[in-house]
Design a protein around this ligand. Structure first.
Ligand SMILES: Nc1ncnc2c1ncn2[C@@H]1O[C@H](COP(=O)(O)OP(=O)(O)OP(=O)(O)O)[C@@H](O)[C@H]1O
Ligand SMILES: [Mg+2]
Length: 486
């Protein structure tokens, strides 16, 4: 079969950082090709080279068909309509005027062909992430791309939406399109991909041209020979002793609590109030469905976020890029901004630069952040490395309660396990961890109990001994409203 894409020995450095160091990728036409590797391995950089956005230092790129990319950060133009987003840059023009009707007809035909309906007149910003992603897929198809590069497309999707995306990708390859699929979820590779390439430190280390791979082979190739295993996260403590409630929030008339030493998980299908709960507890926005928030027994409803932080409330947000970092600032400043100032202010208000640098280096080490140095700009870190940095920053000593909202999104499997270890350890050392996650395995691994949200209310609460997919699934689907288990 012919190749849709051949990247040969591609190299690219950013200053001292060797992002690509001899990467080779061969993608057969009409296949779904998995591209995997740890955070910072060079996956996104390689895709940008294929798109022509980044000029490689050396190597060859041969694309037999036109490439189009759905990127890690969706590139929706929020104030445009869905249609205008799709046709942007390639509008049909007659006598100098854009003929929207012709465009709508073309896009409509395309939607029909691949069975992907979308409200074309809607304002793009109002679409949920899954539909914005569909819009982007339609955009690249409208621009006649036949090689579709997808950079972690499932990170923002619910399990049901993931299935729908996989069906769509299978339909596309059946119509002779080709897909490069980047993910950290190896089960997705197993379910979807016809071939796999692994990159490690910018170099291709393994390539399976067919489905002869196994998830364990891929994992081994990703982390390299003799990589130390972090080991399983030690189980939760089981019986909760009557220790103090460190954090509580009223959700539609019911109390959700986290005691010292405890991890309380929050499960639910995306869109059932999780985002609002996080915003409400952290003081980013007050939501009417939720009531009083207390930290260490004191109501904090009228406290601004800054005061909540000073009292020990920490937040690992789902999107570190958007909510928890400054792209143009270096790692040191990104770590320090969140700290209570006196620790780094010396006499006469002078900043203690050396103490700041030492602290930043500690956070980088604790989070196993791969960076060229502590002055590297946050905007230059790979997606997963930025998430690692923010998680490590929020889990430094001094915190009482941490809200972890999809803390391992975009993080490779080994680092994800390390983050779960640290969330558990935070609780074991007497803190309170509220883990909001769409990943049931993640919740099962470290939670003492799981509260299920459904339509902004508590559908039920399950204690550690009673965890099961069936039980949780029923509550998440609104099928089994129950009284509180504890
Ligand atoms: N514009 C840039 N300037 C400096 N360094 C960069 C830049 N873009 C990427 N890098 C570095 O290149 C390396 C590869 O980054 P890349 O984003 O390709 O990784 P990735 O495999 O996509 O990781 P992730 O799984 O975390 O998304 C990282 O060390 C990153 O810090
Ligand atoms: Mg990336």
């Amino acid at each position: 079969m012919a190749d849709a894409l051949l990247c040969r020995d591609v190299r690219k450095s950013f200053g001292p950082v060797r992002a690509l160091n001899g990467t080779t990728l061969r993608v057969e036409r009409g296949t779904i090709h998995g591209l995997v590797g740890e955070n910072g391995a060079g996956k996104s950089t390689l895709m940008k080279v294929v798109m022509g956005e980044i000029e490689p230092d050396s190597g060859r790129i041969e694309a037999a068909v036109r490439p189009g990319m759905i990127r890690q950060q969706l590139s929706t133009i929020p104030e445009f309509s869905v249609l205008d987003n799709i046709i942007f840059g390639n509008e049909p023009v007659r006598r100098g005027l854009i003929t929207r009707r012709a465009a709508a007809a073309q896009v409509g035909e395309l939607m029909e062909q691949i069975r992907l309906p979308l409200p074309l007149r809607a304002e793009a910003a109002l679409l949920p992430p899954a539909l914005q992603q569909r819009m982007e897929i339609l955009r690249v198809l409208y621009h006649r791309a036949e090689l579709i590069l997808m950079d972690e497309p499932t990170a923002l999707l619910t399990p049901y939406e993931v299935d729908a995306l996989f069906d769509l990708l299978r339909r596309l390859v059946a119509q002779d399109h080709t897909v490069v699929f980047i993910t950290h979820k190896l089960r997705e590779v197993e379910a979807l991909c016809d071939a796999v390439t692994v990159i490690r430190h910018g170099r291709t280390t393994h390539h399976w041209p067919d489905r002869s791979f196994s998830v364990t082979d891929i994992a081994a190739a990703m982390v390299g020979e003799g990589a130390a295993d972090a080991g399983p996260v030690h189980p939760a403590r089981g019986e909760i002793t009557a220790s103090d409630v460190l954090l509580s929030v009223e959700v539609a008339g019911r109390q959700v609590t986290v005691r010292a030493g405890e991890v309380t998980g929050i499960a639910g299908v995306a869109g059932n109030g999780q985002d609002a709960l996080v915003e409400h507890v952290c003081g980013l926005a007050a939501h009417p469905g939720f009531g009083s928030v207390a930290l260490g027994g004191r109501p904090i409803d009228h406290w601004p976020t800054k005061r909540r932080r000073a009292a020990g409330l920490r937040l690992i947000p789902a999107d570190a890029r958007q909510w928890a970092s400054a792209a143009e600032a270096g790692i040191v400043d990104n770590v320090i901004t969140s700290e209570v100032a006196p620790a780094f202010t010396g006499r006469f208000g002078r900043l203690r630069k050396r103490a700041m640098a030492r602290h930043a280096a500690e956070v980088v080490a604790a989070g196993q952040v791969v960076a060229s140095g502590i002055e590297q700009k946050a905007g230059e870190l790979s997606g997963g490395n930025l998430q690692r940095l923010v998680a490590a920053r929020e889990l430094t000593p001094g915190g009482t309660a941490v809200i972890a909202h999809e803390p391992t999104r975009g993080v490779d499997f080994r680092a994800a396990r390390a983050i779960r270890h640290r969330l558990r350890a935070f609780a074991d050392q007497g803190g309170a961890t509220l883990l909001v996650s769409s990943d049931l395995d993640e919740l099962f691994e470290i939670s003492d109990r799981i509260v299920v949200l459904y339509r902004g209310t508590v559908a039920g609460q399950v204690a550690r001994g009673d965890f099961s997919r069936a039980r949780l699934g029923a509550l998440m689907g609104g099928l089994a409203g129950e009284e509180a288990a504890s």
